[in-house]
Design a protein. Structure first.
Length: 451
């Protein structure tokens, strides 16, 4: 990185930022209170609120959102007549999955091979630290030239929509001229990237029942309808032979125009086992950014250990469907529910329930804020030009903000590059990316103020 005062300040602040990230990662802030104590999320929320107060934010508040979680809000006034920029991140995290599979404890930030490991290190507690570093660097070099609002969501990973509904009920709260969503990531380490599209998402729970109770498989198996087998048939109907998603009535042939994802690089990033094929058709970018993708997230059925020779009376599953821009998530939900109900065999009783939903998003990359970010990234990443990429994941709040503030310019950046392994075991963040993106965000705020 070329030498400049902002970059030098960020570099000097990085050791302290690591210590702060360690404190934040230590909170087991999974917003599923059937699995994790509510106090862990509340502790993380209070940590964020205290950090904002320490930076001089006024009107810091813990917002009780309709889904039973808390989002943290703060406002830092700017110079008279200055533009307002909203900075977003979330402090809730995905469960660590199999804790025994982590090389180091998931809620203990650990440095290894030049990266910092821990659940939420990249997604998205690191995004909160990025925002703080950018603001501190500006304060140390002439001051912050814009008014700043920060919103840290408490249930983004659950997709339960608490912050979206709160924002709709309080539309003045998050109003801004530009919005920086710190929950995306570079296409690869060292390549500055803004995310221009996000797939939407729906979550559907499906339950299948066939019998009043489990039956002995030797006495009744072969004629008694097996609910687990019926569920498996229904779930299998969601994929074609090549693995492509097939939901009746849902278009699945769109193409991605722009930055492409090399197939061998994708195999490496995804850690696909040797000899195992990728699924779907078209380019990798088509499959992960421009087309729907179904995933069975979990099945409730007897575990192998302790299983008895029984015909199962009931079974259920949680299904995720990602949908690209141009597809209405509500309509996709209805199509998914109808498909599961139509493809459940043997007249089994089937019930579907929508658990969560978020619309897809497409940014206006021709807006002035994008030029301000491109100029900032050119300094933070010397010799590299800012790229535009899609993201297969969903950030439902984006469309809510776009609808509430149609004139606001929305940019998505962040720390979740492929090596970060977000949502998987051994999630990590690159400290170099944290440093460079903090510089880029600081310079963006300066550029945007002057534009």
């Amino acid at each position: 990185m070329s030498s400049n005062p902002v970059a030098e300040t960020v570099a000097s602040l990085l050791p302290g930022a690591r210590a702060e990230l360690a404190e934040l990662v230590a909170f087991r802030s999974v917003a599923d209170f059937d699995q994790y104590p509510r106090s862990e999320s509340e502790g993380a929320a209070n940590w964020v609120a205290d950090a904002l107060r320490a930076e001089g934010f006024t009107d810091v508040a813990l917002l009780d959102t309709p889904d039973g979680t808390q989002s943290v809000y703060g406002h830092l006034p700017g110079p008279e007549g200055a533009r307002t920029v909203l900075l977003y991140a979330h402090y809730d995290v995905q469960p660590p999955l199999d804790e025994a599979a982590w090389v180091s404890p998931p809620f203990e930030l650990t440095e290894r091979d030049g990266r910092w490991y821990g659940r939420g290190a990249a997604d998205c507690k690191g995004g909160l630290i990025m925002h703080l570093l950018a603001l501190r660097a500006l304060k140390a070099n002439g001051g912050i030239p814009v008014a700043v609002k920060v919103i840290a969501e408490g249930s983004e990973e659950q997709g339960t929509g608490g912050l979206e509904r709160y924002a709709e009920a309080h539309p003045e709260l998050l109003a801004a001229d530009a919005i920086v969503i710190g929950d995306a990531g570079n296409f690869r380490v060292g390549l500055p990237t803004v995310t221009s599209t996000l797939r939407g998402m729906t979550l559907v729970r499906v339950e299948v029942d066939t019998l009043e109770g489990n039956l002995h498989s030797g006495q009744f198996g072969g004629a008694a309808p097996d609910a687990l087998a019926a569920l498996i048939r229904a779930l299998d109907s969601l994929r074609a032979q090549d693995g492509s998603t097939t939901v009746d009535g849902l278009s699945a042939g769109s193409s991605w125009e722009g930055l492409q994802y090399d197939e061998e690089q994708f195999r490496k990033d995804a850690k696909v086992l040797d000899g195992v094929d990728l699924i779907g058709s078209g380019t990798v970018a088509d499959r992960i950014w421009a087309r729907p993708a179904v995933t069975v997230l979990g099945i409730d059925c007897p575990p192998v250990v302790g299983a008895t020779p029984s015909v199962q009376a009931g079974a259920r599953a949680l299904v995720s469907l990602r949908v690209p821009p141009g597809v209405d998530a509500a309509e996709a939900t209805k199509l998914l529910q109808a498909h599961l109900e139509a493809h459940t065999p043997w007249g089994a009783r089937v019930r579907t329930e929508r658990i969560g939903q978020g619309q897809a998003f497409r940014a206006d990359t021709t807006s002035p804020a994008y030029q301000a970010m491109a100029d900032a990234m050119a300094v933070a990443y010397p010799g590299e030009e800012m790229q535009y990429a899609g993201q297969g994941g969903s950030i439902p709040l984006c469309n809510t903000l776009a609808a509430l503030y149609p004139r606001a310019e929305i940019l998505l950046i962040g720390l979740s590059e492929p090596e970060a392994q977000i949502h998987a075991v051994n999630e990590s963040v690159s400290p170099e990316e944290l440093e460079r993106l903090s510089v880029a965000e600081a310079l963006f705020l300066r550029n945007y103020a002057a534009g």
